[in-house]
Design a protein around this ligand. Structure first.
Ligand code: PEP
Ligand code: MG
Length: 568
């Protein structure tokens, strides 16, 4: 078995020597400390030194790479100073009398366990950051703090069991041909940085057992294919792929500044999905037209209490200004379901996706929600902010949400605070109930944005987080596609626009179908923007319309997927 399959994370072809980097954390065993008091001091000294080191890295990164990439280290400093982390370690030291290495490792394992069991992918990825800061403290405790984690002297492929974000952020990109990591996912910081730097990246569990330091290896970051033995034939094949990839990138670069328009003149706006104001830079870097989805719940996560009106106002204003008058669709809080926020004290539920989440929670906690609405309205004078309500299922809900927005507007008028009186208001289309009533809803809003991630889950009755039924979760199912058609047609019949902001928006096989349906906007992760533009430019709207007719006559998701994949 010389070819294995990993999960593709960042595209590109890597051929080169392996640089194996294994973390030493697991080698720590339980040992009693000589003296509890001294041990606590030892921990505090090491932690303080770790903070100092990270502060230096932060300053260095700020100078060399800018605010966006440096910001990870601010988060690391916060984690090192976090009272839960510190108290956790000190309690273990007090209760068990063990060494600080063991106490830090135990707290780290607890945190990692909690983060990794979360349904939300973003939160799961935060486990990597906990590992990173704990690893630093342990290295200091062991007296290895001068050990540079990545000593690269020649171009290599880094293979690691647990590559830390600080490794990826600090490494010299010109010496990194590619990265294969055993853990993480597409939204881990390591993956984000790799993608930003254009370094091929795969995730492959147990890869460190299969390779040796210094051996040759080749892999394809787009397909996830990894060649453990590089024969002459493989080498030739991968060199050819590398050249093709390079040519392809040159071609994509040329698309900057061009429109996402079909051969017969149909234009779709390609927008970016973001979770924080700084992500808007990525959208602009990839030549995105606008922001199609700002998931504001990320502003509420990873903290002890909810963001203030001022904090939110600053975040929304920043994005609005960055996008210079182009649309910025800001979704009001979509918490609950898989996204948990402790301080909101949402009771545990049997079926959280069918329970107290998103607009339901906001309509139940109106004073709390009004803080967000006020911040949004105040920011609306700084750009082209659109307000969007998530997970609407009934007209009652929509009307109530609009009424509350009107109340906030009245309150602002009364105290003479400016806002855009004509701020567009839209709704997410993510439930079959909303889709079936789209013609009615379309008379009440300025736009629809289809959340396929949830629309599929609610249409197919498949929990989007449950691996056991994942085979039933399909964006190609005729039921899902018919609902999307109904939504788009209803929008257009009523003179409003319709977009998609779920993951299916950037599914290459589905692009001709979206074009054929006449979608106005597709919003996606920034890296997908240029490849999607390329795909659109090769299509003809008229042909895509014929394809839609053909597809909607098919009876199964499988047939539909096959037809779409064979469509040229
Ligand atoms: C969706 O459901 O498609 C969507 C974009 O929202 P989220 O993934 O945040 O639930
Ligand atoms: Mg959703």
């Amino acid at each position: 078995m010389n070819t294995i399959k990993g999960a593709p994370i960042s595209p590109g072809i890597a051929i080169g020597k392996v640089y194996l980097k294994k973390t030493a954390l697991e080698e720590i065993s339980f040992t009693m400390a000589e003296n509890k008091k001294d041990e606590k001091k030892r921990f505090q000294d090491s932690r303080n030194l770790a903070v100092k080191q990270v502060e230096e890295i932060y300053q260095e990164m700020l100078r060399s790479k800018g605010e966006q990439e440096a910001s990870i280290f601010l988060a690391h400093i916060e984690m090192l100073n976090d009272t839960e982390f510190i108290n956790g370690v000190e309690n273990i030291l007090e209760e068990s009398g063990c060494t600080s290495e063991w106490a830090v490792k135990t707290v780290r394992d607890n945190f990692v366990g909690i983060f990794e069991s979360m349904d939300d992918e973003y939160m799961r990825e935060r486990a990597m950051d906990i590992k990173d800061i704990s690893g630093r403290v342990i290295r200091i405790l062991k007296g290895n703090d001068n050990e540079e984690s990545l000593k690269l002297t020649e171009p290599v492929i880094i293979i690691s069991d647990d590559l830390a974000p600080s490794d990826t952020a600090q490494m010299k990109p010109e010496l990194v041909l590619g990265i294969i990591n055993e853990t993480g996912g597409p939204t881990s910081h390591a993956a984000i940085i790799a993608r930003m730097l254009g370094i091929p990246f795969c995730i492959c569990p147990k890869i460190t057992i299969l390779v040796k330091n210094g051996q040759m290896l080749a892999f394809d970051g787009e397909e996830g294919k990894i060649e453990l033995e590089v024969t002459e034939g493989i080498l030739k094949d991968y060199r050819r792929k590398q050249e093709a990839f390079h040519q392809k990138n040159l071609q994509l670069e040329k698309l900057r500044g061009t429109k996402s328009i079909t051969k017969d003149g149909y234009e779709i706006l390609l927008a970016g999905n973001i979770g924080a104001p700084k992500d808007a830079d990525k959208v602009l870097q990839q030549d995105g037209h606008s922001i199609g989805l700002f998931r504001t719940e990320f502003l509420y996560m990873n903290r002890k209490d909810s963001p203030t009106e001022e904090e939110q106002f600053a975040a929304y204003k920043e994005v609005a200004e960055k996008m210079q008058g182009e649309p910025v669709v800001i979704r009001t809080l979509d918490i609950g379901g898989d996204k948990e926020v402790d301080y909101l004290k949402i009771p545990k539920e049997e079926n959280p996706f069918l329970g107290y989440r998103a607009i339901r929670l906001c309509l139940d906690r109106i004073p709390f929600w009004k803080v967000q609405l006020r911040a949004l309205l105040r920011a609306s004078v700084f750009g082209n902010i659109h307000i969007m309500f998530p997970m609407i299922v009934s007209m009652e809900e929509l009307l109530k949400a609009k009424k509350i927005l009107e109340e906030v507007k009245r309150e602002l008028r009364r105290i003479k605070i400016d806002f855009n009186e004509k701020v567009p208001v839209g709704m997410m289309m993510e439930t079959p109930a909303a889709a079936l009533m789209a013609d009615v809803f379309a008379k009440e809003v300025d736009f629809f944005s289809i959340g396929t991630n949830d629309l599929i889950q609610y249409t197919m009755a498949v929990d989007r987080m449950n691996g056991k039924v994942a085979h039933l979760y399909s964006q190609y199912d005729p039921a899902v596609l018919r609902l999307v058609q109904k939504i788009v047609d209803s929008a257009h019949e009523n003179g409003i626009w319709a977009g998609i902001c779920g993951e299916a928006a950037a599914d290459k096989a589905l692009i001709p179908f979206w074009v054929g349906l006449g979608l106005d906007e597709l919003s996606m992760s920034p890296v997908s923007i240029l490849p999607t533009r390329e795909k659109i430019q090769g299509l003809s709207k008229a042909d895509c319309e014929n394809l839609v007719e053909k597809i909607l006559l098919l009876r199964t998701g499988k047939e539909i997927e096959e037809t779409l994949r064979n469509y040229r």
